[in-house]
Design a protein around this ligand. Structure first.
Ligand code: HEM
Length: 545
């Protein structure tokens, strides 16, 4: 009897525990079912498995291509599932605009972004990128650091960018015209040094010795890559694999660099230049109780500016130079533009004048080339992730339910003929000569429909065309994001990228080296935290003089 009673009690206890757990989780279960029920009719790509959902169907390293294929076959709105996370992907520029508007109203938020390294609740360390828009700390840091990125302010730091590129050019020159130089690597060195110097008053000297293989930005890249892996495969943080343990060590090492930098800035004697840098602004911030940011918070904020600003900028420079090297007509036009401005090194002008801040806004063709490279290879190709905190009714009748993750696609929108792009996969900088090109307008809508654009085949019969009635227009090109969470540092990027591309072009005739020549984008690119060259971009750098 005793032997039977004991298991019975165990069963009862287990049942009670189960009932308790289910009761505790009831709200979450209800939300999950509600989300699924609300979006169930949206089209979804094939290949989901019961446990992993669509995480089994695509590689995180080519997620942008998966999204592109899905958007073409499923239309402007579709859903997929990563394990238990339900995700709605928004491709339609007008619907994206509605999501950005809902974000302004507080119905859309940044999701919790577990970076896999943090303990406790599994949220990432909080900073201006990961913090919710409703949080006073986000507003404080966003507003407080914005003056550091004002054009008038950055203008006074431009000479640092010129010095850093000059230093880089010296290193490249020393290689001679027959040594292949990894342009992706040197562009990373440049952007990292620019953020260090302009933002935090520290010269990391990554661009000083371009052969030095132990570099902080490589560690940074590995760290970011690991965070993205852990975002898609959350259990990875419990793995005991050698690779994962090495990444943990790397994370600690990179954080110690930021800790050191925070302490350096806190203890440095005040200077005019520091006062207007990102660090200067962060150090002066006071919360509603008059308290400065804690040292921990400063470390997070310092780190996010390097993370958000260096890879993005460096890869944009690299992709632009890659496109130019393969498009002789576009390159020739840029050479002409630089020559007319007295900036190109030629036989008749062996010592061109220095590149200045004022040149940036005058080099129109350069701007077109950079925009076109950003359209085709937007570094933020991982899509902008949001969470619906309230139901968001869209103008096409679909409701984005509270609790669902929303992804605002970039790559697939920037290349999809459905949004009126003419010859979408071709590098055509001249398209940017038309200021309307940024927008999806009624003109583009009719061009796309006569091109036989495929609409959605969902049961909901969602109209693939956004409303363009009444001359309304939706931005179809936003490589720096849009709405209240758009890129805080874009002004710095808009100065750094043209300076680096123009100065390298005026100095060198860049041609693809055998390691890179003949490779198409599928071979060259990989999506990690950013869309970047997989194994570098190698070029021969022949001095123009
Ligand atoms: C070509 C270069 C760059 C590109 C393409 C780029 C792109 C983006 C995009 C798309 C977002 C929005 C992400 C989202 O909505 O989820 C973003 C946000 C952000 N970017 Fe950039 N970025 C670049 C350079 C920089 C630089 C140079 C800095 C600073 C040094 C910077 C700092 C930030 C910050 C702090 C945010 C978060 C803003 C917020 O959430 O309020 N970025 N960037």
């Amino acid at each position: 009897m005793m032997g039977l009673e004991l298991p019975m009690r165990v069963w009862q206890a287990a049942l009670l525990l189960l009932v308790g757990l289910v009761t505790l989780k009831l709200p979450a279960i209800y939300r999950y079912i509600r989300v699924w029920f609300t979006i169930r009719k949206l089209p979804t790509p094939p290949g989901a498995t019961l446990f992993m959902g669509h995480a089994a169907a695509y590689s995180p390293l080519a997620k942008h291509k998966y999204e592109e294929t899905s958007a073409r076959s499923l239309g402007p709105l579709y859903r997929y599932r990563n394990y238990t996370s339900q995700i709605v992907v928004v491709n339609d520029p007008a619907l994206q605009q509605e999501i950005f508007a809902a974000e302004r109203d507080g119905a859309i938020e940044k999701p919790d972004q577990p970076n896999g390294f943090s303990k406790g609740k599994g949220r990432s360390e909080m900073n201006v990128f990961s913090e919710k828009s409703g949080d006073p700390m986000w507003k404080l840091v966003r507003k407080g650091t914005a003056p550091a990125f004002a054009a008038q302010n950055l203008r006074t730091y431009h000479h640092h960018i010129v010095d850093i590129v000059d230093r880089l050019i010296g290193g490249v020159k020393s290689k001679g015209p027959h040594t292949a130089v990894n342009i992706a690597d040197i562009a990373q060195r440049e952007s990292f040094d620019v953020i260090g110097k302009v933002g935090f008053g520290r010269d990391f000297q990554a661009s000083k010795d371009i052969d030095n293989p132990v570099n902080t930005f490589q560690q940074l890249t590995d760290d970011l890559e690991e965070s993205v892996h852990r975002l898609i495969h959350p259990w990875r943080k419990y793995s005991l694999s050698k690779e994962k343990l090495a990444r943990d060590k790397n994370h600690e090492s990179i954080r110690s660099i930021y800790k050191e930098l925070v302490d350096e800035c806190l203890n440095r004697p005040p200077s005019d230049e520091d006062a207007n840098s990102i660090a200067g602004h962060l150090l002066r911030l006071r919360d509603s109780n008059g308290n400065p940011l804690s040292r921990e918070r400063l470390i997070e904020e310092f780190s996010i500016f390097f993370v958000a600003g260096s890879e993005t900028t460096g890869h944009t420079v690299a992709w632009t130079l890659w496109f130019l090297a393969q498009n002789p007509a576009a390159l020739h036009k840029l050479e002409e533009e630089l020559d007319v401005a007295g900036l190109l090194k030629t036989a008749h002008n062996p010592n061109p004048r220095d590149f200045t801040y004022a040149d940036i806004s005058k080099l129109h063709w350069l701007d077109c080339c950079i925009k076109e490279a950003m359209r085709l290879q937007p570094v933020a190709a991982n899509s902008l992730r949001r969470l619906a905190v309230r139901d968001v009714p869209l103008s096409n009748g679909v409701v984005i339910p509270a609790g669902v993750i929303v992804e605002l696609a970039q790559y697939s929108v920037f290349r999809n003929p459905a949004w009126g792009w003419e010859d979408p996969n071709a590098f055509k900088p001249e398209r940017w000569e038309d200021p309307e090109e940024e927008y999806y307008t009624a003109r583009h809508a009719s061009a796309a429909s006569t091109n036989g654009r495929k609409g959605s085949d969902s049961e909901l019969e969602i109209d693939a065309a956004p409303s363009t009635a009444g001359g309304s227009k939706a931005k179809r090109m936003h490589p720096f994001g849009a709405g209240i969470r758009n890129c805080l540092g874009q002004q710095l990027a808009k100065i750094n990228v043209p300076t680096a591309v123009a100065m390298l072009t005026r100095e060198f005739h860049l041609t693809l080296a055998p390691q890179t020549a003949g490779k198409d984008l599928a071979e060259l690119e990989v999506l990690k935290a950013t869309l970047q060259p997989r194994n570098g971009i190698y070029m021969l750098c022949k001095s123009r003089s």
